[in-house]
Write a protein that binds this ligand. Structure first.
Ligand code: SF4
Length: 158
């Protein structure tokens, strides 16, 4: 089974109540191998919600208590972000998860990049909180931006 950011599968889980439906991923959905997860909802945040960025670091630093996840107007949501990441990890342990396909640049799901915490659209290298926790637990993570038809077929053959 493959964990997939719920918004990539067309679920309206984004902070603004919309989705990031991804046509290539959706093409393989009928195989029944994808598990949609939204760590921010699993952590107890509402939808719609304030946009959030990681301040002073990336997902690894949030997990180790050195950085914060904060809403655009200063709302503290670090606890919900860590809870959501742990819930996703639990799902991956309950089911036979071999990989995760996650939404790039999200403060929860970003695989290679996130925003820098200034809410000025600046992108920095780093992972979101859930992506960092999954990687810590040796679950291979992939950005939807790096997906090709070949890579998806390879992931689905595991
Ligand atoms: Fe999508 Fe992840 Fe954001 Fe949820 S937390 S809306 S799954 S990018």
């Amino acid at each position: 089974m493959i964990l997939v950011s719920a918004c990539l599968l067309g679920l309206n889980t984004k902070y603004n109540g919309e989705s990031n439906a991804h046509s290539l991923i959706l093409r393989y959905c009928s195989l029944g191998r994808f598990i949609p997860v939204c760590p921010e909802q699993l952590g107890g945040l509402p939808t719609p919600r304030e946009p959030v960025e990681i301040v002073n670091g990336s997902g690894q630093e949030v997990l180790s208590g050195r950085s914060l996840a904060q809403g655009e107007h200063g709302e503290a949501v670090t606890g919900q972000f860590i809870k959501g990441a742990n819930e996703v990890l639990k799902i991956s342990e309950l089911l036979d998860v071999t990989a995760a396909i996650l939404k790039e640049r999200s403060p929860s799901c970003g695989v290679n990049y996130i925003y820098d915490g200034s809410f000025t659209h600046k992108i920095i290298p780093g992972q979101g909180v859930t992506a960092a926790l999954l990687r810590e637990h040796k679950i291979p993570i992939y950005s939807e931006e790096d997906l090709t038809d070949e890579l998806l077929k390879e992931l689905l053959s595991d």
